[in-house]
Design a protein around this ligand. Structure first.
Ligand SMILES: Nc1ncnc2c1ncn2[C@@H]1O[C@H](COP(=O)(O)OP(=O)(O)O)[C@@H](O)[C@H]1O
Ligand SMILES: [Mg+2]
Length: 234
């Protein structure tokens, strides 16, 4: 799923200045893109427009599949929000299964997938724990597992590793961007280590997007270079 933004502008109601002044972005299918930039530069705003949490004011945002069919990205995206939202009274397993239900999975399949993805983010053995007793970092990992369980071809993640230590962060990145080369991932992050592991790095500055590395014109990586741990210096 290719993600394209053209000339995206956005000004919050009552604000003096636009946050986004014409953002152009082209994230090729199967690419992981880190969106960086100073606090307040509009990263969450851009992600919210991609996920249609905010209405478009100017420009266009499109998700284009391999057959050239154009959709709004929100139709094909799974979210990992900055503020993790889990069903507090349900188990970790049930929370992840919600993602699979989104994909039309029946209960058995959803629970099997949920178990696998919880293990993938390092939470094997915590399936039955109620979401409300999980730590911030554990809840964040459940939210990531839920997005993975949806099998959606596009993941939108806002600071998904913000509450994780370096080792756990590396493991969930493997699950999110390493394990499925066909998935397109847009990750808002402050963490240079997260950006290092992405195929493409974009910086939002003065309301515009600047590609720092990678992108449609960069040499294509073969899928095999994106297997677990590939490209990471020990
Ligand atoms: N709901 C809102 N109403 C008015 N201003 C907002 C709102 N949300 C964010 N902003 C402002 O828009 C700018 C960009 O915010 P945001 O996209 O959250 O930045 P980032 O995620 O890069 O830190 C900031 O100056 C912020 O204060
Ligand atoms: Mg933000």
């Amino acid at each position: 799923m290719r993600l394209v933004a053209r000339g995206v502008t956005f000004t919050y109601p009552h604000a003096q200045d636009p946050v986004l002044r014409g953002v152009d972005l082209d994230i090729p299918s199967g690419t992981s893109a880190a969106v960086m930039g100073p606090s307040g530069s509009g990263k969450t705003t851009l992600l919210s427009l991609v996920g249609r949490l905010l209405g478009m004011q100017g420009g266009a945002i499109e998700a284009i599949d391999a057959d050239g069919v154009v959709r709004h990205p929100y139709e094909v995206a799974a979210w990992v929000f900055q503020t993790v939202s889990l069903l507090p009274d349900r188990s970790a397993l049930d929370n992840v299964a919600v993602g699979a239900y989104l994909d039309g999975a029946d209960r058995d399949l959803a629970l099997r997938r949920a178990e696998a993805h919880l293990a993938e983010v390092g939470l094997a053995g915590r399936e039955r724990d109620s979401a409300r007793i999980l730590s911030g970092g554990e809840a964040q990992r459940v939210a990531i597992a839920r997005a993975l369980a949806s099998r959606r071809p596009l993941i939108l993640a806002d600071e998904p590793t913000g509450q994780l230590d370096a080792k756990t962060s590396a493991a969930v990145l493997d699950a999110m961007i390493g394990a499925h080369a066909e998935r397109t991932v847009m990750i808002v992050t402050h963490d240079p280590e997260v950006a290092d592991r992405c195929d493409m790095v974009v910086e939002l500055r003065d309301g515009e997007a600047h590609v720092l590395r990678g992108g449609p014109h960069a040499a294509r990586r073969t899928p095999s270079s994106r297997v677990r741990g590939a490209g990471v210096t020990p």
